[in-house]
Design a protein. Structure first.
Lengths: 424, 304
């Protein structure tokens, strides 16, 4: 009888202890350090991780932290709208959201993402080391809600073989806009029937249209009002492009989807710095880069994404540990090597891991640092519907169906209607 | 007692019938009625895609009717719907007519004609977008080899060619293929003795077509035009977005309402405004349906 009582007592104590231990651990919330090993988190991003395991920063983060990182790739065209829907529905399927420039303020204001200050207090990440534009973008939020995963810029790509053949000196980072226009004309080659065989300059893409307009002095985006600000600069740049289209120097906007620069059908092109990694040693000709030619001012748009933590995540501590590693020297180095984009942390960027090794023909790596110094967060802070509508109108003007002034006025009108302000 | 038993049986029968209909009712309420009511409710708010929402009454509607973008889109939608409905119905009827002739390899011909119709619209549109490219497009290459000159027509960015190209592409969509099959079955149901009687009377092809075929298949024509117009109103997005929707769209010539709704809700994050546009599209589809049924009273022939 006594033995039974003792056994009962032991069982009761075990049960109560188990209950206390079981209830003591909060669902999914980890404390710190080694407790987090083995936790599984999900991160959303718009491009596939690098196929090379050494350059796959998420895989390397997993190895370094012991936290399993699932990568949820959402197509770029749907990325921002999907994230907005996740925030609206308080979705907790992703712990780390890489948020674009135009969303971070909204997400912070709607409490869709958390302030990172409590984590940053005990972290080695030096926020004073970020490039100035980053601080300006998140100014006024009252806290730090995201950390920039890199800083990409827009640059001029040129075909060295074509410059050599035409006897034109290579562009440098002080190239003027008028030199650029003259070179584009000289580099154009025509067929016997007058059609163009090789264009001097490829049509600006949805990103670099704004570099041309900004170079003419238009502000493009006013952070204090959230408005789109284009005018005479945009008109002038569209007119320049229309003239180049008319002369066959630049291709007309069309449904062709081929990359004319990579195909050797255009001598110069303005594109994002991330194309360096994509081109590497894959092009059949020698090529190099320079900053976008300087018109009235030196202008290009900065591009980034911010590592943020979903406010509905149940694994915020683990998410932070992964972010901290990704923002550290090793994480930033792998990101730069993989994408060709410099770190937004100046001291890490200075080490030059972003100089893609396979791009052996590039000499002018200073083009990247010079572009970063001149870069601003511009059109990327506007809704994509507004900027796409504007480019559609600019393209219409290039085909001569409306004038440059009409295109700019209509784009401004639509921006005002959409964002909600009056032009009067 | 007998009366009570009859009533009970009647009630049981009714309940059984309603029981069988219940799944449909639940589906209708959850997936049709509720979304329509919810859409109207959201249209009265300034709801953003990130969930911020405030009741603003009819402000969205006021802004819509003041917007030149909407007015243009409304005109384009009406034009696009009417022309697409006519083009696809006429083409489908013609194909059905040709397929109805008894000849060898008819099945193979029908199979090959119907194949593009089962390809998803988005994939089909991307394929045609490449084919109608200016510098590297298949059609320009074909025309160049035929003409011996370097043809570079900018099919999808030129205001004179964009509509013919788009209406040409609609001939290969699922909607047209489906219409063709329905027309075929309608043509097969026309009594042969009517044609035989007409032959005896010496009627020619057009007389038989106008006096026998068209009246006899008029219910099928009504069905196809109603479904075709609603499909053009709602489904044109899947075709136009890949063709011109991103940064193409010469002079806003292809910005139909469904495309505008997508842009407002998912590119500009204005869900409330997008819902108000959807309510207008819904009403427009109702008007099209009612108008077609109104016309049908005069022109559709029902044997019974």
């Amino acid at each position: 009888m006594k033995t039974k009582k003792v056994l009962c007592g032991i069982l009761l104590i075990t049960l109560i202890s188990g209950l206390i231990i079981g209830c003591g651990k909060k669902d999914g919330k980890q404390s710190s350090g080694d407790d987090l090993a083995g936790t599984e988190i999900t991160l959303t991003v718009w491009n596939e991780p690098n196929k090379n395991d050494e350059l796959n920063m998420y895989l390397q983060a997993e190895k370094a932290t012991g936290i399993k990182v699932n990568v949820n790739v959402i197509p770029e065209s749907e990325y921002s709208s999907k994230l907005n829907q996740m925030v609206a529905t308080k979705d907790d399927s992703a712990d780390i959201l890489i948020v674009w420039e135009n969303d971070i303020r909204n997400f912070a204001e709607t409490k869709g993402i958390i302030a990172l200050d409590k984590y940053l207090e005990n972290s080695s990440i030096n926020q004073d080391d970020f490039i100035d534009a980053v601080a300006a973008l998140t100014e006024g939020l009252g806290a730090t809600y995201g950390l920039p995963w890199c800083a990409a810029t827009e640059i001029l790509y040129y075909n060295q073989d074509m410059f050599d053949a035409a006897g034109i000196p290579y562009p440098d980072n002080n190239w003027s806009y008028s030199d650029f226009l003259a070179a584009a004309e000289k580099l154009t080659k025509y067929n016997d029937d007058g059609t163009t065989a090789v264009y001097g300059f490829d049509l600006p893409n949805t990103q670099t249209w704004w570099a041309g307009i900004g170079g003419y002095g238009d502000k493009i985006y006013d952070p204090s009002t959230g408005r789109m600000v284009i005018g005479d600069g945009a008109v002038s740049f569209i007119e320049d492009c229309a003239e180049m289209v008319k002369k066959g120097i630049m291709p007309e906007p069309s449904s062709d989807t081929s990359d004319k620069f990579a195909a050797g059908k255009a001598a110069m092109s303005w594109m994002g710095s991330w194309n360096i990694g994509a081109y590497g040693d894959k092009l059949d000709f020698n090529w190099d880069i320079a900053t976008i030619p300087t018109n009235k001012i030196k202008y290009n748009t900065l591009h980034t994404g911010f590592y943020t933590i979903n406010a509905n995540s149940k694994k915020q501590d683990a998410a932070w540990k992964v972010i901290e590693w990704l923002m550290g020297e090793k994480g930033q180095e792998i990101n730069s090597k993989s994408s060709g984009n410099p770190s937004a942390l100046k001291t890490i960027a200075d080490k030059g891991a972003w100089k893609v090794e396979s791009a052996t023909t590039i000499d002018n790596w200073d083009a990247i640092t010079d572009s970063l110094a001149a870069g601003v967060f511009g059109y990327t802070c506007l809704p994509s519907g507004v900027t796409n509508n504007a480019i559609s109108l600019f393209n219409t003007a290039l085909t001569g169906q409306i004038t440059a002034r009409e295109a700019v006025d209509e784009a401004m009108q639509y921006a005002a209607e959409t964002i909600g302000y009056s032009l009067k | 007692m007998k009366e009570k038993g009859r009533k009970n049986r009647h009630l049981a029968n009714n309940l059984t019938a309603y029981g069988f209909m219940l799944p449909w009712f639940i589906g209708f309420i959850c997936f049709t009625a509720f979304p329509v009511i919810f859409m109207f409710f959201v249209s009265l708010t300034n709801r953003r895609l990130n969930g911020i929402s405030q009741f603003i009454g009819f402000t969205n509607y006021k802004n819509i009717f003041a917007s030149s973008t909407f007015r243009n889109s409304f005109k384009v939608t009406i034009f696009f719907t009417i022309v697409m409905m006519i083009v696809t119905a006429v083409w489908a009827l013609l194909m059905a007519f040709l397929l109805n002739y008894k000849q060898r390899l008819n099945g193979i011909f029908q199979f090959f004609y119907f194949i593009p119709s089962v390809i998803p619209s988005v994939a089909l549109a991307y394929a045609f977008r490449t084919m109608f490219g200016k510098d590297a497009g298949l059609f320009n290459a074909l025309l160049s080899s035929i003409s011996g000159s370097n043809v570079r027509i900018n099919w999808l960015y030129n205001e004179r060619t964009v509509y013919p190209v788009i209406f040409f592409i609609t001939l290969f969509t699922y909607n047209t293929g489906q219409m063709m099959l329905i027309f075929r079955s309608g043509l097969n149901d026309v009594p042969v003795d009517l044609y035989e009687a007409a032959d005896i009377d010496g009627a020619g092809f057009w007389t038989k077509f106008g006096r026998i075929t068209l009246p006899m298949i008029s219910p099928v024509i009504l069905f196809n035009t109603v479904t075709g117009s609603i499909s053009a109103l709602n489904g044109s997005f899947a075709l136009l977005y890949p063709l011109t929707g991103d940064t193409g769209d010469p002079n806003k010539m292809t910005q139909v309402l469904s495309l505008l709704i997508y842009n407002e809700a998912f590119s500009n994050y204005k869900v409330g405004y997008g819902c108000a546009l959807s309510v207008i599209l819904f009403l427009l589809a109702c008007v099209f349906g009612i108008a077609l049924f109104g016309i049908s009273k005069k022109y559709v022939y029902y044997e019974n």
